[in-house]
Design a protein around this ligand. Structure first.
Ligand SMILES: NC(=O)c1ccc[n+]([C@@H]2O[C@H](COP(=O)([O-])OP(=O)(O)OC[C@H]3O[C@@H](n4cnc5c(N)ncnc54)[C@H](O)[C@@H]3O)[C@@H](O)[C@H]2O)c1
Length: 461
């Protein structure tokens, strides 16, 4: 494979004539490939998942709910975007991007896929070419594992190969928009690697780019998500306290947030998504291994992970009290981890549904964006989900749910007796829900029914 000179690579990137291979065509790899192809590069999208590649070759994408992706695929496929499962087509790539999963294992990160992709990248990239890792890496991985792996292949970083870490932070549901408009961080091993990576990303990023060292880039990505997780955990902790103390978290939050320096988030049934549920652990493990145990981050992660089990417990208890100890039919509305986001990965709804099933309830799940039902019966529409329900659990804050007419919903349920509405995302006004004919229970509010009429909620009329 002929070596490319640094100046020639820089020129090819500026002219958008470089041949780019992207390893991994999932949530991140596919839209990034398409954006670089739209910018004019020739992009080969490689994935080990044959079905995915066959679908893309036919013009079908698993990300069809992502705005703009299907259209870009139609426009660019076989023009300058080529999905492939054949690594040999990628030989001689000037640039290789790695966007494969880096999941968490039980007691540490699982880096097998990123290392395997790196081995592939080293086989296909030209000498003098650029490898960029987009997959999330635990802190120090770039220095302690990536560079040694490259050098153990007889390559000198900064001479035979340029290397950068560009962590991805885009949100499913808004991928194309965020990939273009978010501020990007490039962690580069040396000045030349940073310059090459910056030229590459400038071809489609409008949100600004900062080049730093790889360790800073690793930390920033993980700190951002840990910050979110800890702040959500704080709101969840307040909600749990309100439940036992007899006060509604809604009112507490509303008033506390009037303070000029307080901005408490909305508590809810839990936190999900592929990144928020693992990034704090990556930070925790890496720091603990080196002598500092970040307990706040660990406890926040645990508290958020406990939430769906806690509310399955609350709902199970309320349903059984209403039904003289028997289990019931529960309609779960929403399965994605976040409202209007078509991504069910690591959704807190999964443990919630599984726990309810384990406790003997019949669970029907409806989501307007995905078909995941986590072992419950999938309902194709909301009316079918709720018609037999003893309880309706709103667990994802989709816009469709926020707009719902609760009276009509109650009317669609063929039950004479009381029906419970569990509000896992604080979407509804308790009074309105009760006036519509529901027994209303929610996050951050003591379920009145548990104590009969004995428990009053401070602030309620
Ligand atoms: N999805 C997100 O919201 C998001 C956001 C920020 C960062 N990230 C990070 O981006 C990385 C990729 O995440 P994703 O959500 O795109 O994952 P994904 O599961 O949607 O896609 C990854 C793809 O990589 C493929 N793959 C696995 N091993 C491979 C290999 N050796 N060679 C080629 N392909 C291979 C898989 O088949 C899969 O299609 C992860 O490290 C993740 O933490 C994801």
């Amino acid at each position: 494979m002929k070596r490319i000179l640094y100046e020639d690579l820089e020129t090819a990137l500026k002219a958008r004539e470089a041949k780019i291979a992207v390893l991994g065509q999932g949530y991140i790899g596919l839209p990034t490939s398409l954006l670089m192809a739209r910018a004019g590069f020739t992009v080969y999208g490689f994935d080990v998942n044959r079905n995915l590649i066959e679908g893309l070759s036919r013009g079908e994408t698993h990300l069809r709910h992502e705005k703009g992706i299907s259209e870009l695929l139609d426009e660019l496929k076989e023009r300058n975007y080529f999905p492939t499962g054949d690594l040999s087509e990628l030989y001689g790539s000037d640039v290789v991007l790695i966007a494969v999963p880096t999941p968490k294992g039980k007691d540490g990160p699982n880096l097998t896929m990123v290392l395997s992709a790196l081995e592939s990248a080293l086989k296909i990239v030209r000498r003098g070419g650029l490898i960029v890792i987009e997959s999330t890496l635990p802190p120090r991985t770039f220095y302690d594992l990536i560079i040694p792996t490259v050098e153990s292949n007889g390559l000198r970083v900064g001479r035979d190969l340029y290397l950068a870490y560009c962590p991805e932070r885009a949100l499913p549901g808004k991928l194309l928009h965020e990939l273009v408009h978010n501020f990007r961080i490039i962690g580069a091993i040396d000045e030349k690697s940073g310059r090459l990576a910056k030229i590459l990303y400038e071809s489609f990023v409008k949100g600004g780019i900062e080049v730093v060292d790889p360790l800073t880039a690793e930390m920033v990505k993980l700190v951002e998500n840990s910050y979110r997780d800890v702040n959500i955990a704080f709101a969840n902790e307040v909600a749990r306290m309100c439940e036992v103390l007899g006060v509604d978290v809604r009112r507490v939050r509303e008033l506390a947030n009037r303070h000029p320096r307080v901005n408490m988030l909305v508590p809810g049934i839990g936190v999900g998504g592929s990144c928020l549920t693992k990034d704090p652990w990556f930070l925790f493990w890496a720091s603990q291994e080196r002598g500092y145990r970040p307990n706040l981050i660990k406890r926040a992660r645990e508290l958020n992970a406990e939430m769906p089990y806690h509310y399955a417990d609350v709902l199970d208890d309320v349903v059984r009290r209403l039904k003289g100890g028997r289990s019931g039919v529960i309609a779960v509305l929403g399965s994605t981890y976040k409202g209007d986001v078509p991504d069910p990965r690591e959704s807190p709804v999964e443990p919630f549904v599984k726990e309810l099933i384990k406790r003997g309830h019949a669970v029907k799940v409806y989501d307007p964006l995905v078909r995941s039902s986590f072992g419950g019966e999938y309902a194709p529409d909301i009316l079918e989900a709720v018609e037999e329900a003893d309880a309706v659990a709103f667990v994802t804050d989709h816009t469709e749910f926020k707009m719902i007419d609760l009276r009509k919903l109650r009317g669609a349920i063929r039950k004479e007796g009381p029906v419970i509405l569990f509000d896992g995302r604080l979407l509804f006004d308790p009074k309105e829900a009760e006036e519509a004919g529901f027994i209303y229970i929610s996050v951050g509010r003591p379920p009145k029914i548990l104590e009969g009429s004995l428990i009053t909620i401070e602030g309620d009329e």
